[in-house]
Structure formats: C-alpha cells, structure tokens
Design a protein around this ligand. Structure first.
Ligand code: 5GP
Ligand code: ZN
Length: 115
C-alpha cells in the first residue's frame, strides 16, 4: 500500500483514526463526511495515496471506475437514485484534502451551477 505519513485519509484507510465506514472493496473505502453537506454525504477514496483524481487516472485507472461504482452503490443502497458525485481538484476548486476522494451527495435538491 502506498501511503503518506501525515495524510488524514491514509490514516483512515489504515484504521488509525476512526471513520463511519459504509462500504469497502479491495481498492476503495467509503465513509461518511465529518461535516455533511446533505442528508447523505459520503467520501469514496482509493486505498492508495494519490493527490487527486487526475493522478489516479494515470496511475490506477481502474480505481477511478471503482470509486464511481462504489459511490453509486452507496447512494442506491441508501434509497437515492438521484445523487451528485464531485471530485474537487485543486485548491481553487475547493480541494482541502490532497488524497483523491469522490463526494457522494444525496437526499436534498441540489442547485446548479454549484458555488
Ligand atoms: P475537499 O474539500 O478536499 O473536497 O473535501 C474534504 C472533505 O473531507 C470535507 O468535506 C471534510 O468535511 C472531510 N473531512 C476532513 N477531515 C475529515 C476526517 O477526519 N474525517 C472525515 N470523515 N471527513 C473529513
Ligand atoms: Zn493519503
């Protein structure tokens, strides 16, 4: 497993800090966001550390699809057939944790364009 010592999501993947895990596969882990922005707000992360989804597409492209599959399962298992998937990529776009993660948001109407 490729990890970075001071990365919060690497610590969650390693079980070193607690998280409310809702789904897991060999390459991905899904857990509830600490500061939920919708009734369902889950983060789906690759187990391996990569900074963002673009880098993940280069080094582990199958895992990008896996994140989306897991995200769909999390939403539909919770009864939501309407959901939003977001990869904030880069600081200006709102990325604050530099371990790739897919936001799954559902359970309320969602405006477009986003802020
Ligand atoms: P970003 O802003 O990078 O797209 O999303 C990072 C997300 O991680 C935020 O929504 C934030 O609430 C969440 N987050 C940050 N630290 C933790 C943590 O320690 N545990 C969990 N479950 N979520 C976290
Ligand atoms: Zn990491």
């Amino acid at each position: 497993m490729w990890r970075v010592a001071d990365c919060i999501f690497c610590k969650i993947v390693a079980g070193e800090i607690p998280a409310d895990v809702v789904a897991e596969t060999e390459t991905a882990l899904a857990f509830r966001d600490l500061n939920p922005q919708a009734p369902l707000h889950v983060l789906v992360v690759p187990r391996a550390h990569v900074a963002d989804v673009g880098e993940l597409a280069d080094v582990e492209p199958a895992t990008v699809a896996e994140l989306v599959r897991v995200a769909r399962g999390v939403a539909t298992d919770a009864g939501h057939d309407s959901y939003r998937l977001v990869f904030n990529t880069g600081e200006e776009a709102g990325q604050s944790v530099f371990h790739a993660h897919l936001h799954v948001l559902a359970g309320r109407p969602q405006a477009w364009p986003p802020g």
